[in-house]
Design a protein. Structure first.
Length: 471
């Protein structure tokens, strides 16, 4: 299989298999926890078109976010301040790459474990990947540094609401339930990921910088007078401020922590600084800008990062024509990542429209007795087939409520854990395929790298959950 196209081929094969199986397996659904067979619904060739359209329509804001981040890095990579920031960062982490890797993935994992969207920190991924590639590490390590925190954070989700909001609402649980076991699962995920990643880093180190889509040229300033040399602190400060705003905005403070401070602050901000009874600040920012902590989509993230990028471009004295040129070039470079991310969600609509996968999962559940292995496998399989954790949470919430009423909190955690494992290693994982597309890594190569960690985490998690549930 061609490495450059294997992600696309995997999705196409999966869509084809789903279409074929819809001819042989009766679709089904759950109603009040009871499985019901539906009329046979076979997928035809034309049916693929509305399915693909619906996928991109559903994930449009995510796709736009990815494209806008790419466009912004197209601009940033041309500014002297950003180039020098990369140079200094690479120099700073020299001989400390392993320690930096451990710290970066820990911070990203902790944040993702508490955030409202798994892609909230995607805007800093290109910078991280560039730094590790420039430091001489291969693409697997670079992609692990950039995306690893997202994977680990979802494996060990603590207060985060990503992918579980609908599930929690339907089964009557909260993000704050079972915090102790969730913290342990996070520690297991992070420690194992750090161990396996560091062992790999020590074994393999090869310069593959040419695969960095936002590679920056080193900034040579030997002949420039000291007072005229490029300063990195404005870029660093601006990026830190943008990062803090996005991080605060992408945590569901009310749902996860019952903290209404940012919501109240937003209400005050909306009516502050009036001139002739017109709220100036809120009008300038936009009345539709949601409060920090209420960013249910990635649109506010896109807005904040774009604003700060444009400010940096102006500070770097890029003219308007250069700004648009580099923005378009940056979007083009990341367009494959955005396309794969959106296209992978076609499987969601294939399985929603031709619901044979529900029949398959119901057969797996069998007696409906509480069994964490069956539940984990069911969630893993459902995620591989349907790719969207919110959808499968909605689809199977009624059976979880009926079959596992006595252990509903544990059932919810195990179910989410199964979807998270599929996100890390599943061949149809929208996040994984997008990450691999970014660095031009084949799925086969990633599988060889990650399967030991995934197996170790799965076994360790099942042993831990088995002890606290059955003992």
């Amino acid at each position: 299989m061609n490495r450059k196209n294997d992600k696309l081929i995997i999705i196409c094969i999966a869509i084809l298999v789903c279409g074929i199986l819809s001819w042989f397996i009766v679709p089904g659904m759950y109603s009040s926890g009871i499985f019901e067979e539906l009329e046979m619904n076979r997928a035809g060739l034309y049916d693929i078109f509305p399915v693909v359209y619906s996928a991109f329509d559903y994930k449009l804001l995510d796709v736009v976010y990815i494209l806008l981040v790419g466009g912004c890095y197209g601009i940033l990579s041309q500014t002297k301040g950003y180039r020098k920031l990369v140079d200094k960062t690479v120099k700073f982490i020299k001989h400390k790459e392993i320690l930096v890797f451990i710290i970066v993935t820990l911070l990203m994992s902790l944040y993702t474990a508490m955030s409202a969207h798994i892609l909230a920190l995607f805007f800093i991924v290109p910078f991280i990947i560039t730094v590790f590639l420039r430091a001489g590490y291969n693409r697997i390590t670079a992609i692990s540094a950039g995306f690893g925190g997202m994977f680990v954070g979802y494996l060990g989700q603590i207060y985060g609401s990503y992918g579980v909001t609908i599930l929690n609402e339907n089964i009557g649980t909260l993000c704050s339930d079972w915090i102790g076991p969730k913290v342990v699962l996070f520690i297991i995920a992070y420690v194992l990921f750090a161990i396996f990643s560091v062992l790999y880093m020590k074994k393999r180190k090869k310069d593959e910088t040419k695969y960095d889509i936002y590679a920056t040229e080193k900034l040579i300033e030997k002949d420039v007078k000291k007072k005229n040399r490029t300063k990195t602190w404005p870029v660093a400060v601006m990026l830190i401020i943008a990062t803090l705003i996005i991080m605060i905005g992408s945590i569901s403070w009310v749902d996860s922590f019952n903290i209404s401070f940012f919501t109240d602050l937003h209400t005050s901000f909306q009516s502050a600084f009036k001139i002739a009874d017109v709220p100036v600040l809120s009008s300038l920012v936009g009345v539709q800008m949601p409060a920090l902590g209420e960013w249910e989509t990635l649109l506010p993230n896109s807005f904040v990062f774009m604003v700060f990028t444009v400010i940096l471009a102006i500070m770097s004295k890029l003219d308007i024509s250069e700004l648009f040129k580099h923005f378009g070039s940056g979007m083009k470079k990341i367009s494959k990542v955005a396309f794969i991310y959106g296209f992978a969600h076609s499987l969601l609509y294939m399985n929603a429209e031709f619901a044979w996968s529900t029949t398959l999962i119901n057969t797996l559940f069998g007696s409906e007795s509480f069994n964490i292995v069956t539940l984990l496998v069911g969630a893993f399989l459902a995620m591989v087939l349907c790719v969207e954790p919110s959808y499968i949470g909605y689809t199977y919430s009624s059976i979880l409520t009926v079959a596992f009423a006595d252990n509903i909190v544990a059932a919810g955690v195990v179910w989410r854990l199964g979807t998270a494992i599929a996100l890390v290693i599943g061949p149809t994982s929208f996040l994984l395929l997008a990450a691999l597309s970014y660095a031009d890594i084949s799925y086969k190569r990633w599988f060889k790298y990650i399967w030991k960690f995934t197996a170790a985490f799965t076994v360790a998690s099942l042993l831990f959950l088995g002890v606290i549930i059955y003992m």
